[in-house]
Design a protein around this ligand. Structure first.
Ligand SMILES: [Zn+2]
Length: 327
């Protein structure tokens, strides 16, 4: 363990300390963890406290301390971006995910496919899938957002208001999507095992999650890199560590790609400019509402797109299937 002197007194009780100083890893309670960075909520200013990220050397993950899994009402404000109604294709990253989903769906056999969207809010992406693929016969949302339920149900999607860990069903799904979700949960291994158990024999999973082993993550490591999404990202991965956890959880990686992390770049750069006194970004005026944000985002999208063939970018997309048990 290195450097970081002190853990906040009211850290989640889920984290057991080792030697009274370094918190145990939330995946396997590993004790070889070390302080990685401190960070603040630079997007929603839900509090002015300092959070710490620790790295587990065994699992090669980052995890946040304190992990406020039991105070979601505080760390997800009412103006949280995913609570806002979405329109088709407003974000290139989402458009790209939608294209991947439809391609993946086309490769799955069957006449009446079932699709599950975990963390899909009002089901806006399920709307697109349903309208583009007549073979989709059943769609299900699992989300914590009560305000989105009525909209999802009105659009014909079944809705479970709660966590995926508590979603009880006999149904099996041909496609499960979990975009930018796994880094938000307290026990990602449990969620991945749950997903594996919900798949049909031909079932596929599409998951996106940030990559902390990326250029922007390194440059802004000690400047509240926006990919930390502090304090809402609990556990973060790189390609190797997510692959390992998926395999341990009964899933196999079918395909993988890095995708541009333009939103992380743009919010991180704006925050750095704010620290230098070059721009004003108030809590009421989120980085996403700043007039420079679209320009920065477009510039870094182009930058990452150009680097994509040879660089590890700060977003990752995995296609997974159920892992065959050893013969
Ligand atoms: Zn670990």
């Amino acid at each position: 363990m290195n450097g970081k002197p002190k853990i906040d007194d009211d850290q989640s009780e889920a984290l057991v300390t080792n030697n009274g100083s370094s918190p145990a890893c939330p995946i396997k309670s590993c004790t070889d963890t070390s302080w990685y960075a401190d960070a603040h909520d630079i997007e929603y200013s839900t509090s002015d406290r300092t959070y710490s990220f620790y790295r587990c050397q065994t699992c090669d993950i980052l995890f946040i301390v304190p992990m406020l899994w039991d105070r979601l009402g505080e760390i997800y404000p009412k103006n949280y971006y995913s609570y806002a109604p979405k329109k088709r294709g407003i974000v290139p990253h989402q458009r790209s995910l939608e294209r991947r989903l439809l391609k993946l769906l086309a490769s799955i056999p069957g006449d009446r496919l079932s699709v599950l969207d975990i963390g899909g809010g009002s089901g806006w992406m399920l709307d697109q899938i349903k309208s583009c693929s007549p073979r989709v016969g059943f769609t299900q949302c699992v989300d914590l957002d009560g305000a989105a339920q009525a909209h999802a149900v009105a659009r014909g999607h079944a809705y479970h208001l709660g966590r995926i860990e508590q979603f009880d069903t006999d149904r099996r799904f041909d496609l499960v999507q979990a975009f930018d979700l796994i880094e938000h949960v307290r026990d990602p291994a449990l969620v991945l095992r749950r997903i594996a158990g919900l798949l049909t024999d031909h079932g596929r999973v599409l998951i996106s999650t940030p990559n902390f082993d990326a250029l922007d993550a390194r440059l802004f490591r000690h400047c509240s890199w926006a990919g930390y999404h502090t304090p809402r990202h609990f556990v973060m991965f790189n390609r190797q560590s997510f692959t390992a956890l998926a395999e341990q959880s009964g899933l196999a990686v079918e395909s993988f790609s890095y995708t541009p992390g333009a939103t992380y770049w743009a919010a991180s750069v704006l925050n750095a400019m704010r620290r230098l006194g070059l721009v004003e970004v108030s809590p009421q005026r989120l980085p996403y509402d700043h007039p420079l944000y679209p320009l920065l985002k477009a510039s870094f999208a182009a930058f990452d797109f150009a680097r994509r063939p040879f660089a590890r970018l700060s977003k990752m997309v995995f296609t997974l299937s159920r892992r065959c048990p050893p013969a």
